[in-house]
Design a protein around this ligand. Sequence first.
Ligand code: NDP
Length: 278
Amino acid sequence: MEILKGGAASGRIKEEVAAMLEKMGGTAPKLAIVRVGENPDDLSYERGAKKKMENFGLRVQSFAYPKEISHEEFMREFQKVNEDQDVTGILLLCPLPGQIDQKKVAAAIDPAKDLDGISPVNAAKVFAGDREGFAPCTAEAVMEVLKTAGISVRGKRVVIVGRSMVVGRPLSMLMLQEDATVTICHTKTVDLPAVCREADILVAAAGRAKMLDGNYVREGAVVVDVGINVDENGSLCGDVDFQSLEGKAAAATPVPGGVGTVTTAILARHLMRAAQKK
Ligand code: NDP
């Protein structure tokens, strides 16, 4: 089984970003990471994103607010970041605490700075097949991993487990744009293993540790694991039981070191695109 590590795609994007930076000259674009509270998952994602931006030669600044902040106060603070001329792009760490209306924040973000595609404007562009918008970084990272490995999705049967607006749905649209035949699964899907076994390319984005094993995979299929979970020993793991794929799947992405590595590289690419448009 071929292991599709994210490092290859990430390295390719790093070179692309370096070339764009050189061409652009002047001050490097700046990413604003907006966080409410101290959720360990958010802090870990923020650390990873910061490291990647700095490694790519890009600027990054965190804007952190207490978890008790009111909706009104947060909207005022968020608007300042939104209008800051020195901020090229924004990454809002979600989910936000319950008192903040996430939909209103998503509607308020400047679509030109919305690097992770949360604004309704960018979501509509993704669903309309307009490549000018920003797709969610994770969905785009899945496409990039496949592209870097030379795996075309055209005409292939793609099964995606998960229908969130962050991964499953936008990814299904990106797959359609590349002429895949797409099935989206969720908790009400009947006989999930049988549906998954129809896949040439199986994407796991359910957020359930090691839920999909070899029984869900057809011989020779490609498996992309988007999940980031913690297993019974406290170690990071995906939605796929990686060991059980051996001798069955043709290729699979590991966790960690797979899609997640590419997600932050895509964020950097989006930051450069936002800077170019500016
Ligand atoms: P959500 O919880 O928003 O969505 C999960 C989806 O999976 C839902 O559509 C749900 O169905 C479906 N699902 C859950 N359990 C099952 C099941 N037993 N059978 C079938 N379908 C199921 O999660 P996200 O989309 O935000 O994230 C998914 C995973 O990806 C998580 O592990 C997350 O940590 C990871 N992630 C990774 C990123 C990266 O950079 N690699 C970035 C973002 C997320 P239903 O709609 O019916 O409830």
